[in-house]
Design a binder for this molecule. Structure first.
Ligand code: MG
Length: 383
């Protein structure tokens, strides 16, 4: 059994957003709001199919065009951060899927928390930059935060095998990306096309580059610290090239509990919606007899300097994670635009962490300021 949920989907045209709609469709759930940053034609098609109350395109002109196109429907169309926040807090929804990429997801997530809805969280930056604030607020408001990220869903599922005080370690698996085993010098020559070819997962561009630099794993370590309120020392990264074991929890008695499955995001998306129940769904099933050998190796943070930057930011705390995250977003965009090399991403992130003002016990404004400062620092250091 499961409750029929009414969903507001933030980021409906991205990879997670499109897969979320497949899950919503297959479960027969309702979609009451859709938002997107790009993909006007796609959000129009989605709005026609799912008939939400509200559709939001971030850009004002694009939203106006969408409004004209949807004039024959009853869908309300809005734009900008106000539109996103309205979608996040829309009364008709009991669940918000936050599948937007980047810091832009922070304010809408907080707005959704304030209405006490379930948050199916697929926006890493929210927890990385403002995790303590977000988790405290969710606790106060009684809003459940259920992770969509495959690793955190695996941890979430495995954690049910024991009490939080019985956890020895969280072990987050990493595919290692396309360049695992390469030397730092070899990475200097990585091109955009090479970095966009992920061996196991099909994802958006930002996260695919973050996987290649292993920044994605760094972000996930910080996300796990915040979500499960675990100290950094209790979190380990294991490179697992096959992406079958999605993460593990080690308990004090030495038991390792893991969640296994294919590299299909529809499964963790669905679990975030149906929890505490399970139901049949569209995700592909794992065939144990054809998945081959499972291997586990240590990561190399000296080569993958974005991973070591994330560990450093996590141990510094305060605004360090927001600085690291903001710097990475700008550096990845510059790499995708052909302006900097692959290793420059890590160099710029480390440099931003050295130079941008540090606040030890930040409020929301300090976090947003650290993010802004990091972005302009990196932008200035590219030109
Ligand atoms: Mg992940």
């Amino acid at each position: 059994m499961s409750i029929k949920r009414r969903i507001s989907l933030l980021g409906s045209t991205g990879s997670i957003g499109r897969q979320s709609l497949e899950v919503i469709d297959s479960l027969g759930y309702e979609c009451v709001a859709l938002t997107a940053n790009t993909g006007a034609a796609l959000i129009e098609a989605q709005a026609r199919k799912f008939k939400p109350k509200l559709a939001v395109l971030f850009d004002e002109q694009a939203a106006y065009d969408l409004k004209v196109k949807l004039a024959d429907t009853s869908v309300k169309v809005l734009s900008g951060m106000d539109g996103l926040i309205e979608a996040a807090s829309i009364e008709e929804a009991d669940t918000v899927i936050t599948a937007v990429s980047g810091m832009i997801g922070l304010k809408p997530t907080l707005a959704a928390i304030d209405t006490g809805k379930r948050i199916a969280l697929a926006n890493k930056e929210t927890l990385v930059c403002a995790g303590e604030l977000v988790m405290d607020r969710a606790e106060q408001m009684g809003a459940e935060i259920i992770p969509v990220d495959s690793e955190h869903s695996a941890l979430f599922q495995s954690l049910h095998s024991g009490k939080r005080t019985e956890v020895e370690k969280l072990i987050i698996t990493a595919s290692g990306g396309p360049f695992f085993g390469w030397s730092y010098d070899e990475l200097e020559n990585v091109t955009v096309d090479m970095a966009l070819k992920h061996p196991n997962w099909s994802m958006g561009q930002k996260i695919t580059i973050d996987s290649a630099t292993m920044m994605n794993k760094g972000l996930e370590v910080i996300e796990a610290m915040r979500l499960y309120r675990m100290p950094l020392e209790k979190i380990e990264v294991a490179v697992h090239r096959q992406s079958i074991v999605h993460s593990l929890v080690e308990f004090v008695d030495g038991s390792l509990i893991a969640q296994l499955g294919t590299a299909d995001m529809r499964l963790p998306i669905q679990y975030a919606l149906t929890f505490p129940y399970r139901t049949a769904g569209p995700a592909s099933k794992l065939d144990l007899f054809s998945c081959g050998d499972l291997t586990f190796q240590r990561p190399d943070p000296d080569t993958f300097t974005c991973l070591s930057a994330a560990f450093e930011a996590a141990s510094r705390g305060g605004t360090a994670c927001a600085v690291m995250n903001g710097a990475d977003e700008v550096a990845v965009a510059a790499f995708l635009g052909g302006k900097i090399g692959f290793n420059d991403i890590g160099r710029l992130v480390w440099k931003a962490m050295e130079h941008v003002t540090f606040v030890a016990d930040p409020g929301l404004e300090d976090i947003l300021e650290a993010d802004r400062e990091a972005r302009s620092f990196v932008a200035d250091n590219i030109n």
